[in-house]
Structure formats: C-alpha cells, structure tokens
Design a protein around this ligand. Structure first.
Ligand SMILES: CC(C)(COP(=O)(O)OP(=O)(O)OC[C@H]1O[C@@H](n2cnc3c(N)ncnc32)[C@H](O)[C@@H]1OP(=O)(O)O)[C@@H](O)C(=O)NCCC(=O)NCCS
Length: 257
C-alpha cells in the first residue's frame, strides 16, 4: 500500500487517549502482550486501563513521537495512528539514577496511578521484565559505553498499517541517534523485525523469555543500526530525513535543544 501523508511531532498529555487506543488495538499483534496478558479479552476495561497507564509512564519517562495521518472516518481531520517511544542516553540516565534499571520511576508505577493491575500472568511479567533488563545490559549497554538510542516500543493502529507510519517513526529515531553519533537499538517483535531489517538493522543475538514448567515462551531478537549507516531500501541507499514538514522539523529541533 502507498505511504500516506503524515506528520510527526512530539507527544503531549493530550495524546494520551489516542496513544491508549493505538496500544490497545495493536498490542495483540506483538506476542509480548498476549504472552503476559493471556486473559486480556476477558477483562477488556482493565486491559484498556493498563494501556493508559503504560502510555502515561511512556510520556513521563521517555521521548514519545506520534504520527498523525488523515482520519479514515472524519474527512479533513488528522488523527494519531501510531507512536514510538524512544530512550536516549539522557532519559536512560534519568531513570537508572532512580531505580538502577529501566523500570518506571516509583511515582510512575501503574499501581501508584490509582488502580492496581488486576490482570496479567505475574510469573511471565516478571520473567519478561528481568530478561529485558538483563539483555539490554548485555547486548547494548555493555557494548555502547557512550550510550545508544533505544526504540522501546513502536505501534501502529491496525487500520493504518502498511502506510509508512512505522517507517517514518523509526527513521526519526535513527536520525536522532546519528545526530548524536550513537547506535540505534531495539528488541524486535516479528512484525517489527521485518521493518527494521528493511531499514538496515542487523540482528546481533536473541534471548528467550520463559518460566519453568510453562509451555509458552518468547524469543526476542536484538537489533542494532550503526550511526554511520544509511537506510537501505530495495537495494539502494537512502537518507534518513525523508519526512518533511513543520511537524517533523519541530520535533527535531525540540529534542536537539
Ligand atoms: C511493526 C509496525 C509498527 C509497523 O508499522 P507500519 O506503519 O505498518 O509499517 P510501515 O507501513 O512503515 O512499513 C514499512 C515497511 O516495513 C515492512 N513491513 C511492515 N509491516 C510488515 C508486515 N506486516 N509484513 C511484512 N513486511 C512488513 C515492509 O517492508 C513495509 O514496507 P511496504 O509496506 O512498502 O512493503 C506495525 O506492524 C505494528 O504496530 N505491529 C504490532 C506491534 C509491533 O509488533 N510493534 C513492533 C514492536 S518492536
């Protein structure tokens, strides 16, 4: 499908409902959610609340970029259809200084936002969390001592996929990493893997998330893109700054300040 007109900008708190909707709709396509929340269909309102809490935490602790596209239902209006959550060295240091890990700050823990989490497979959630912290340290932090720009999460609403939003959001972070002379890093889902590979990322390893005695597990690839890499597409090298317009430039200058 052809790429649609789109606009990238930094997220604000006003984007929380739209981000929540995107996370709620797209998360089922990323195995890390069905693995940790196998009962989410039975508790849709709790899961929606959890999505909102996660988005609140992203806004508080990371750099969130949203992608707007023309609404399919409201002619002439733009709507947030996708977002990316980036951790730069600055945001990572801020979180690590408080907790020693990449977990949310205590004040941003979902349970402290007013409603306790009542769904979720606790053992799998714990295994996932500790594996991510451990393998982030092994694959990325230990290797890139000057830091790296990590794509923490990328989601596009299913109704707007294959129109270029994911690519544009990923290129935004790649360009930011290249401006800082740092690697771009990500733990990929199966759908993300196709996108990142197309953009030139290299897989440097994989890790398993598993709980003893549990028949289900996750296998998660770790990918990196060198700061000196271009973006390769269909066998030709392209530049990163492919999105033009006020929104993109606005994001870039705000973050670079
Ligand atoms: C991964 C995701 C964000 C991609 O968003 P998107 O806006 O649909 O991606 P784009 O339209 O920018 O795709 C760019 C390219 O990536 C590749 N790609 C993306 N999705 C693909 C898919 N489902 N199958 C095959 N290739 C795919 C294609 O090469 C595509 O280019 P093309 O459409 O011209 O062939 C989206 O599929 C999603 O939200 N998935 C569920 C959540 C998830 O897994 N997120 C990634 C976490 S690491």
């Amino acid at each position: 499908m052809a790429s649609l007109q789109h606009n990238l900008r930094l997220a604000t708190e006003a984007d929380l409902p739209a981000m929540t909707e995107v996370l709620n709709a797209a998360s089922r396509q990323d195995p890390i959610y069905p693995y940790r929340f196998p009962d989410r269909h039975r508790y849709p309102s709790e899961f929606a609340l959890l999505c909102r809490q996660k988005c609140t935490e992203y806004l508080a602790s990371s750099t969130v970029v949203v992608c707007e596209m023309p609404s399919a239902t409201d002619a002439g209006a733009m709507r947030v259809v996708a977002f990316a959550v980036w951790d730069t060295p600055a945001s990572q240091h801020r979180v690590q200084a408080h907790t020693g890990s990449l977990e949310p700050l205590p004040s941003q823990q979902p349970s402290s936002l007013g409603v306790p989490i009542t769904i979720g497979h606790k053992d799998r959630m714990d295994a996932f969390k500790s594996a991510c912290v451990r393998y982030k340290a092994t694959f990325f932090d230990a290797k890139y001592k000057r830091g790296h720009v990590m794509l923490r999460i990328l989601l596009c609403h299913p109704d707007y996929q294959r129109r270029g939003a994911g690519k544009a959001l990923t290129e935004w972070g790649i360009q930011e990493a290249q401006r800082l002379g740092l690697y771009t890093t990500v733990f990929a889902s199966p759908m993300g893997l196709r996108l990142y590979t197309k953009l030139g990322f290299t897989e440097i390893g994989r890790f398993r998330v598993e709980v003893e005695g549990d028949e289900e597990h996750l296998e998660i690839p770790a990918l990196v893109l060198s700061p000196s890499a271009g973006i390769w597409e269909s066998g030709r090298k392209a530049t990163c700054g492919m999105v033009t317009g006020a929104g993109y430039n606005g994001v870039s200058s705000t973050v670079c300040a």
